[in-house]
Design a protein around this ligand. Structure first.
Ligand code: FA5
Length: 346
């Protein structure tokens, strides 16, 4: 009786070693553990044994049964692994270096304009910085001279996270971090930075307003920066982007982080200035607010306002792309409509 269990074990191991597929494994399982299997059969012999032997033999049959079950589970894993490897090895091989004959992806029109402006400013010695999209309330407001309860906060309501941080309303939110990162420039040198980014505002959407849009901020700080420098850089920017003369107007504008502050508007290129929904029938589009950095902002950035001055501008990048590509409605940009967006690919 007991030797028989040994034989069953040995037979099981031999048969298991010959198994090569899940089906064969199932056949072996049934042959040993099934209703008419060898292990089940062995249990039937229990009734002819003495009480003492019944106990020992029963225990041993159970041990054997568990061993066989475990061995089958293990072997199943092994077979699955082998089948998986076989499948991978037989899978077709692709050469990813072969050029595609299908249409390639394309750059988004905003990315195209962004790269173009970055290139222009890089040639003038500006560094390009990334601003975070999730910002602290301090960086977005306080650090640019917009204290709590300042009415300027009303104009730029945004989306707040549960931890008190917010989706930045303007690229100016990065000014403080960049001033702190690079510090005041050495005598005769300048801190020149360009920082594009996605901005968010709780806006009513229309042809020229989105709740998610792009700005491009520029900032130059040194010991002798004046409004003339500001106007020079704004002119270079617009002439290079449009590659032609565009009509602009400079008018006083209020932003708590600049003094004096200006609004640089562009004559609407969609309607040529005669008035359309894009420019709200005024013939002009607000594009490039700018000004001389407020002494408080320099001070908060760790730069001495008695020694240094600087200018900053906050270009509406999405609106600039509208003007450049004659896009009448801002909603096209976030639409994901590839048919429309691909028209602007270069
Ligand atoms: C600002 O955001 C200031 N931080 C800009 C600035 C920087 C001023 C540095 C002075 C010095 P404003 O809210 O006007 O300003 O936005 C700047 C530009 O972003 C606008 O002229 C416009 O072109 C664009 N813009 C603003 N709101 C939207 C919107 N909802 N949809 C699309 N473009 C927008």
């Amino acid at each position: 009786m007991f030797e028989n269990l040994e034989k069953i074990k040995q037979q099981f191991n031999e048969e298991l070693n010959r198994v090569e597929s899940k089906d064969e494994l199932e056949r072996v399982r049934v042959a040993f553990l099934g209703k008419k299997g060898l292990v089940t059969d062995a249990l039937k012999g229990l009734r002819d044994l003495s009480a003492e032997d019944k106990k020992t033999f029963g225990m041993q049959v159970n041990v054997l049964k568990n061993e066989i079950e475990e061995a089958i589970v293990e072997y199943q894993k092994k077979i699955e692994e082998q089948e998986y490897l076989k499948e991978i090895n037989n899978a077709p091989r692709y050469d990813f270096s072969i050029p595609s004959d299908k249409p390639l992806g394309s750059l988004h029109p905003i990315t195209i304009v962004q790269k173009q402006i970055e290139d222009i400013f890089k040639t003038m010695g500006f560094i390009i910085e990334d601003g975070l999209e999730v910002q602290t309330e301090y960086n977005n407001f306080e650090a640019v001279n917009i204290p709590k309860n300042h009415p300027a906060r009303d104009m730029t309501d945004t989306y707040y996270l549960e931890n008190g941080q917010l989706l930045k309303t303007h690229t100016s939110a990065a000014q403080n971090a960049i001033m702190r990162k690079y510090g005041a420039p050495k005598p005769g040198e300048y801190l020149k930075a360009l920082f594009p980014g996605r901005c968010f505002r709780n806006e009513s959407i229309d042809a020229s307003h989105e709740n998610t849009f792009f700005q491009m901020e520029g900032m130059m700080i040194g010991e002798d920066i004046s409004i003339s420098n500001l106007i020079y850089f704004m002119k270079v920017l617009l002439t290079e982007v449009f590659q032609r003369d565009v009509k602009v107007r400079l008018r006083p504008g209020f932003f708590p982080f600049v003094e004096p502050g200006f609004e640089l508007d562009i004559n609407c290129l969609i309607c040529g200035g005669s008035g359309c929904p894009t420019c709200k029938h005024s013939g002009w589009l607000e594009l490039l607010p700018c000004g001389m950095i407020h002494p408080n902002v320099l001070r908060m950035g760790g730069i001495d306002p008695d020694k240094y001055t600087g200018f900053a501008f906050g270009l509406g990048l999405t609106r600039l792309a509208m003007m450049k590509y004659n896009i009448k409605d801002i909603r096209v940009f976030n639409s994901g409509n590839l048919k429309q967006l691909r028209q602007f690919t270069i």
